[in-house]
Ligand binder design. Structure first.
Ligand SMILES: Cc1cc2nc3c(=O)[nH]c(=O)nc-3n(C[C@H](O)[C@H](O)[C@H](O)COP(=O)(O)OP(=O)(O)OC[C@H]3O[C@@H](n4cnc5c(N)ncnc54)[C@H](O)[C@@H]3O)c2cc1C
Length: 481
């Protein structure tokens, strides 16, 4: 049995593993990807073959020591389920590629650092080939050096659009425009509160400088409201928006493109947190839920620590600081370096974290999600792309009385397909709240997935006997406790 298993090899998971191993804990780190880094530090797929136009930072030196054997690295393995048992946790793993068989791992404690996925709001043509998420474009560039297209629009809302557009422009592709739905574009520089975070301002100005150098137009208060083309995207219609994000009639302008990258926010990846039934807190203004934690990042269940975007969207710096705290606390929980109260160094990390979180909250205020986007899709726009459920079908289900995401799911199959509501769940939640006037958290979500990642039936079968005995053991442990 491992002492600590960290799930996630992004900045949060890497920082947790380094901190815990540094205190003497025996640590295993699992990530679905074949290389460490997570999203922001995503590395080229093949070692030694750097993409011609690197879109992201190299893996920082402080994380490279994870390769020195002090932490067991299980890269290319996904955790598809996690079970609590009397002695700790049982993790069910399957390989993301190749012929290896599924396996199990046992641990006395776990750090969940599973990151986030992207929020995209639907519009006619969002399912055409060539339309992708902004993170997908970024991942393609970072891992393979391939720009997502030759004439690209980057659209949506939030600070993430800037690095994506800058890296696409640097790759040699033409960024036709950055289309930002919010009007508070210059907020970072103009708001006095933004100036309290000089590093972030400098980073943003770096992206702006790149976009200016490449003469990329920045269209604020606008959105891509339609994409068209024969078999793939060829044109994108951009409309001016009013305060609530309703498209203003007569303001549409068409752009010739071969790719459109869209991102409106990120949504924590909650699957494993839900498997453990951790206590959660819901965001009142965004379709996000995250596990609660104390100042050390300990979750509501003993032996479980959480860090990074899973706990709320705050960027890579927040993720790393939280990871450090989670790893340190997990080591203390396991009896290493057993300081009863946080050390001076930990207090310093707490202070830096509070500052970084205040910047994240500022971003939330600058880039609110407005309900007028629900006027962009047409009757036949596909909302659930796995099950081909249209916007019109969902609207009729709401008219018929469906008041929660699960009722819409039951009536229409929305969210029942391969991705299990990862893509359509958050917009469905927003649409329901907008239509019914109910508070966002009360309409429910589609984040519960008994199988966290797609898994081969053979791996399920092989894991079954171990999972069953663990479950029985867990039930006995629970009854005994
Ligand atoms: C697609 C995408 C692209 C992004 N690109 C950028 C960018 O270029 N610049 C930027 O500043 N921010 C980017 N972000 C935001 C980014 O998520 C954060 O800034 C930062 O990487 C968060 O760190 P993290 O450790 O919390 O999560 P991540 O970096 O996302 O790391 C989480 C890791 O957990 C792994 N994982 C999740 N579930 C499982 C499982 N069940 N089993 C095994 N492994 C699992 C994932 O493979 C991933 O490597 C991106 C986000 C997304 C979703």
């Amino acid at each position: 049995m491992a002492e600590l298993v960290v799930i996630g090899g992004g900045p949060a998971g890497m920082a947790a593993a380094v901190a815990a191993a540094g205190r003497g804990a025996q640590v295993s780190l699992v990530d679905s990807a074949s290389r460490l880094g997570g999203q922001i530090y995503r590395q080229p797929l093949v070692d030694g073959e750097a993409p011609p136009t690197p879109a992201g930072p190299a893996l920082p030196r402080r994380f490279r020591r994870l390769g020195d054997g002090s932490v067991e690295l299980l890269l290319g393995w996904s955790v598809w389920s996690i079970v609590r048992r009397s002695s700790g946790f049982l993790l069910l793993l399957h390989p993301t590629a190749g012929e290896l068989r599924g396996r199990t791992l046992e641990a006395r404690a776990v750090v969940l650092a599973t990151g986030a996925s992207e929020l995209v709001l639907p519009f006619p043509g969002w399912d055409l080939p060539g339309v992708s998420t902004a993170g997908c474009a970024q991942a393609l560039l970072k891992s393979q050096g391939v720009p997502v297209g030759r004439r690209v629009i980057v659209a949506g809302s939030g600070p993430f659009l800037l690095p994506v557009a800058a890296s696409i422009a640097e790759s040699g592709a033409k960024v036709v425009a950055v289309v930002e739905a919010s009007r508070a574009v210059a907020g970072l520089v103009t708001l006095p509160r933004g100036l309290r975070h000089p590093h972030k301002v400098i980073e943003a100005l770096g992206y702006v400088r790149t976009l200016v150098r490449h003469r990329v137009p920045f269209l604020a208060g606008r959105a891509v409201v339609r994409c068209e083309g024969q078999g793939r995207v060829e044109r994108a219609s951009v409309a001016r928006l009013d305060r609530d994000w309703l498209a203003i009639p007569g303001t549409e302008r068409s752009f010739e493109v071969d790719a459109v990258c869209v991102s409106f926010d990120f949504v924590p990846r909650l699957e494993l947190s839900r498997h453990l039934e951790l206590t959660e807190v819901a965001n009142a203004a965004r379709p996000t839920v995250s596990p609660t934690h104390d100042r050390t990042m300990a979750a509501s269940l003993s032996g479980v620590f959480v860090a990074g975007e899973l706990t709320g969207i705050g960027g890579a710096q927040v993720a790393e600081l939280e990871g450090h705290l989670a790893g340190s606390a997990a080591a203390t929980y396991l009896g290493h370096a057993g300081e009863a109260s946080p050390s001076a160094a930990e207090h310093k990390v707490q202070r830096r974290l509070a500052r970084s979180l205040s910047f994240a909250r500022l971003m939330d205020r600058l880039y609110p999600l407005r309900p007028g986007w629900t006027s962009w899709p047409s009757e036949d726009t596909i909302l659930c792309r796995c099950e081909d459920v249209t916007w019109g079908t969902v609207q009729r289900a709401i008219t018929a009385g469906a008041a929660t995401t699960w009722e819409v799911r039951g009536l229409t199959r929305c969210g029942m397909g391969y991705c299990q509501g990862r893509t359509c769940g958050p917009p469905l939640q927003l649409a329901l709240a907008a239509r019914t006037g109910a508070p966002l958290p009360s309409v429910g979500d589609l984040h519960s997935r008994p199988v966290a990642t797609p898994v081969r039936l053979g791996d399920v079968a092989r894991s079954f006997s171990q999972a069953r005995s663990a479950l029985e053991d867990g039930v006995q442990g629970t009854q005994g406790g």
